[in-house]
Design a protein around this ligand. Sequence first.
Ligand code: GAL
Length: 427
Amino acid sequence: MYGVILLLVLAMVVAACSSSDDDGKSADAGSKKGDGGKNQVEIFSWWTGAGEEDGLLALIDKFQEENPDLKVKNAAVAGGAGTNAKAVLATRMQGNDPPSTFQVHGGEELNKSWVAADKMEPLDDLYKENDWMDKFPKDLIDLVSNDGKIYSVPVDIHRGNVIFYNKKVFEENGIDVPKTFDEFVTAADKLKKAGVTPLAMGDKESWTATMIFENVLLAELGPDDYIKLFKGDIAFDDKRVVESAKKFGKLLDYINDDHASRNWQDSAQLVANGDAAMLNMGDWAKGYFVNDLKLKTNKDFGYFAFPGTEGNFSIITDTFGLPKGIDNPDEVKKFLTFLGSTEAQDIFNPLKGSIPARVDADESKYDEYGKDTMADFKEASLVPSLAHGSAASEGFLTKANQAVNIFVTQKDVDTLIQSLKNAAPEM
Ligand code: GAL
């Protein structure tokens, strides 16, 4: 509930901001009744612009082709990780003007914001009709379930604990892939001396810094205690959390000076053009490198698990559900059925950089990164991402992002720990 209230406050801040995408086309979200009549399916997401929209547009094309009688409205609101979209969505949901379906992360973002507020229809029947119960991993179905009911359909699985690196920069500077924090620091010092920015960061939207911090937490705590931390079973002043804050501060010694004016794509460009060596980003960055910047996997850029997190998989899953109170649930179920098909998942994910949420997708459609990630996903310990809504409520995440944002400039460990402690009751 706190999450919803906070989102509403945020919504007021961005209310003036119209929902136009990167190309300046008005996405029109919020100005009309979401479902827009029987024959229209309105898809609400934050996938606009480079690195984000290719997969969505390909999905929409295919769905249109198969359902010529339905009109799809792409109501995307720009801003990585839903920075603006989540607030616009909150306004619409509170005003009983839900989109036909909307992007929502599996885990607490779905459950604590929308299921708890009784805004979502259960989809158990849809799963049964489509014989999906064994087509999605059980852990994933659990992430989109609450009190034994399933509330959304996952379209992808992104990984958050990856570092992408420029291969040429590593080679030229004699850098080996660092496996531990200390190895990372040694490599970063060497790069810095050579005049290369070791770690690219673009925290114009602060979630990108939160991602780095959550990965340090995962490395320090290990998967079980990382999960316990966000369940409230380990306190934020635990000495390993304090140590994580210190290490996070150390990593910030290696970022680009203009980090605050860059978004995630801008920071990825630093690695693409060799100005920076490494980037910790979800693997939507892989989609951006390959599809937008035309780089080659394992030739121009490589990837490795965030130091200390090998064998773990920070999971970010984009899902879509059925809001209560829309006029056209049957049409929306058609779209959700499509979204859950192997056909749709194998169109979307190779473009998005993610792996399919389904277990029976066609591996041959994915590059080496995709294949490696699918293999890792099967073996790894899965942990929910904080920065992408799965680990904790929106209320907590908003405060954590603010605290991290302040930390990036002040590097005050005590203040960060105290802010997280204060926000913990909202998790
Ligand atoms: C995440 C989302 C990804 C990607 C990313 C950057 O929250 O799950 O699909 O869009 O934000 O915007």
